[in-house]
Ligand binder design. Structure first.
Ligand code: KIV
Length: 244
């Protein structure tokens, strides 16, 4: 799974081998320049999901329920789910579990597949006191295994595990019948997810331990635009064959 937020990259990913596109609430940071995912709204998610669906009609699309959208009561939560699904999502992803298992089960029973998300759930970063690996001590690890089982019980069809020790990623995967998808959770999960711009190296300075750059995207794009600029400045572009 990789993230995808717009029509342009959806068209590329539609022809790629990846199984699943995640319209993650990380779009608030990557596409809108906010400091955290707390700034994503249902309207923002809806508009990006619709663009991705138009660009990637053949892919399975996961739409993130943004900050607090499942915590304002049943009616607003179901309205948000409806907006995301009508925009073209195939399921919704919901961070956390505590105090919201019932509503998650209700969404599942309403016919909407729900993907869970545990570990370093960025919407709770204020409560975690920063971006820290979760489940490092025995008690936290056992609690997370238990919570993962509760999410499975509530009807989640898959579970994202973010920034947990490799051993815990493996243990949760073994404890569940549903697939796990890891980011910073080691090699013991069933699948992996990365933010597209991160794996493409669009921000060379962003290199957390779990990330591998598969391209030097920033330098490649900057180089192409600078070459265009240089060609215009030297009158090498447009050439004879590029004129009407
Ligand atoms: O929003 C997002 O990009 C995510 C992934 C980090 C799993 O939820």
């Amino acid at each position: 799974m990789v993230t995808c937020y717009d029509f342009w990259s959806a068209r590329i990913l539609n022809t790629s081998d990846v199984d699943t596109l995640l319209v993650g609430d990380s779009l608030a940071m990557v596409m809108h320049g906010y400091e955290s995912t707390l700034h994503a709204t249902v309207d923002m998610m809806t508009s990006h999901i619709a663009a991705v669906r138009r660009g990637a009609p053949e892919k399975f699309i996961v739409g993130d329920m943004p900050f607090l959208s499942v915590r304002k009561g049943l009616q607003p939560a179901m309205d948000a789910v409806m907006q995301l699904m009508q925009a073209g999502s195939d399921c919704v992803k919901i961070e956390g579990a505590q105090g919201q298992l019932e509503i998650m089960a209700h969404i599942v029973q309403s016919g909407v597949p729900v993907m869970g998300h545990l570990g370093l759930t960025p919407q709770s970063v204020a409560a975690f006191g920063g971006h820290k690996v979760q489940g490092r001590n025995e008690d936290d690890a056992l609690r997370m295994i238990d919570t993962a089982k509760q999410l499975q019980e509530a009807g989640c069809f898959a579970l994202v595990l973010e920034c947990v020790p490799s051993r815990l990623g493996e243990e949760i995967t073994r404890a569940l019948a549903i697939p796990t998808i890891g980011i910073g959770a080691g090699d013991g999960t069933d699948g992996q997810v990365l933010v597209l711009q991160d794996l493409l190296g669009m921000n060379a300075e962003f290199k957390p331990k779990f990330l591998r750059h598969y391209a030097d995207g920033f330098a490649t794009l900057q180089g192409a635009v600078n070459q265009y600029h240089a060609d215009v400045a030297s009158a090498a572009f447009p050439g004879v064959e590029e004129r009407y």
